[in-house]
Design a binder for this molecule. Structure first.
Ligand code: PLP
Length: 363
């Protein structure tokens, strides 16, 4: 089976983790500091604060900006549920808005329509590795006096022109096992604000400040030295790994017919966390996915149930905007393996399998 994700870990990561174990310094050490600095530099941000997961990064980012009860945060409905859950975790109200049908990212006009007097922030997601339309979000948030955050969990190394994602003021990344850069579990907040960075450092470490006192009720969201050591090696691999993802995407772009292909927005660097196909509305997606799996291609649907229809939202207070494109995408999309571990035989198997099923659908 060609898996949908494959962490690219080698002897360098193993050596880095073992060196930490041998050093005896497992937390609060030089690896975390070095990883924070290197990751921030790579993404054009001034400060990096490493945490234990992407979800912890999102929650810390919102808390550091004092977003909480009574506040609304506009997010896309078509994303991994953690985007929405993080807003709920700080006691704020997620406002679920629709996506652009081409990029699957939050649509700026939908976000604009979702703004109310209680809105404090807009948080697009760079979904599947495609940067959201940040210049329009910057204008919108500037005009309305709102904070702009990025859920960059799926977009390490992506860029808009020369500007990396993560540099727009407040961003959260995930280093979960399937991500373009992994530490097993882990996350990072990037910010250009020294005060916010200091708050983030407090929040992740039980709210403890320089005085040693617990200045706020924080949490334990620390990254370990082992994870950071692995992250540093992974960061060195990132450019090559993303280039391999893009080469795989180009291979599929040139060969696949009869299915909707992901369109990288011109002028942006899409890092293909997923390569997401769209089937015609009349197609039987379940049969298509099953057919791929039968042919050894580990296809998956991200996301069959959009956030507004998740059971967790029934008891939560959330606001739901009109979501026709979210609904359509959740019925029509599926993702095929695009990770850097694909060899020529795997790529050919994927193309043959998709082509056979697309042809069958066209009969
Ligand atoms: C868009 C998005 N946001 C947030 C997260 C949460 O990250 P984590 O699983 O590291 O908590 C993920 C991934 O898991 C994600 O894909």
């Amino acid at each position: 089976m060609i898996e949908i994700a494959c962490p690219m870990l080698g002897p360098e990561e193993a050596a880095a983790a073992l060196a930490v174990l041998a050093s005896g310094r497992l937390v609060h050490g030089p690896q975390v500091e070095a990883f924070e600095a290197a990751f921030a530099r790579r993404h054009g941000a001034e400060h990096g604060v490493a945490v234990s997961s992407g979800t912890a990064a999102l929650v810390a980012l919102l808390r550091a900006h004092e977003i909480g009860p009574g506040d609304e945060v506009v997010v896309p409905a078509f994303t991994f549920f953690a985007t929405v859950a993080a807003v709920l975790a700080v006691g704020a109200v997620p406002v679920l808005a629709d996506i652009d049908p081409e990029t699957y990212c939050l649509a700026p006009e939908a976000a604009r329509a979702a703004i109310s007097p209680r809105t404090r922030a807009v948080m697009p997601v760079h979904l599947f590795g495609q940067p959201a339309d940040m210049s329009r979000f910057e204008s919108l948030c500037g005009e309305r006096g709102l904070a702009l955050f990025e859920d960059a969990a799926q977009a390490h190394g992506a860029a808009i022109g020369a500007r990396p994602v993560g540099s727009f003021g407040g961003a959260a990344f995930s280093f979960y096992a399937t991500k373009n850069l992994t530490t097993g579990e882990g996350g990072m907040v990037l910010t250009n604000d020294a005060g916010i960075a200091a708050r983030l450092r407090r929040l992740r470490n039980h709210g403890r400040g320089a005085s040693g006192l617990h200045e706020v009720a924080g949490t334990n969201a620390r990254m370990t030295e082992m994870a950071a050591a692995v992250g540093l090696v992974q960061l060195e691999r990132l450019a090559d790994a993303n280039a391999a993802r893009r080469a795989n995407a180009r291979y599929f772009d040139e060969r696949l017919r009869g299915v909707g292909l992901p369109r990288a927005v011109p002028g942006t660097t899409h890092v293909y966390h997923q390569y997401t196909l769209r089937l015609p509305a009349s197609a039987d997606r379940d049969a298509f996915v099953a057919g791929l799996v039968e042919r050894g291609v580990g296809a998956r649907v991200y996301y069959a149930t959009p956030c507004h229809r998740q059971p967790a939202l029934r008891a939560a207070s959330a606001r739901v905007e009109p979501l026709p494109e979210t609904e359509r995408a959740s019925r029509e999309v599926l993702s095929i393996p695009v990770h850097p571990g694909l060899d020529e035989a795997a790529r050919q198997t994927i193309v043959d399998a998709v082509s056979a099923l697309a042809e069958r659908g066209a009969d």
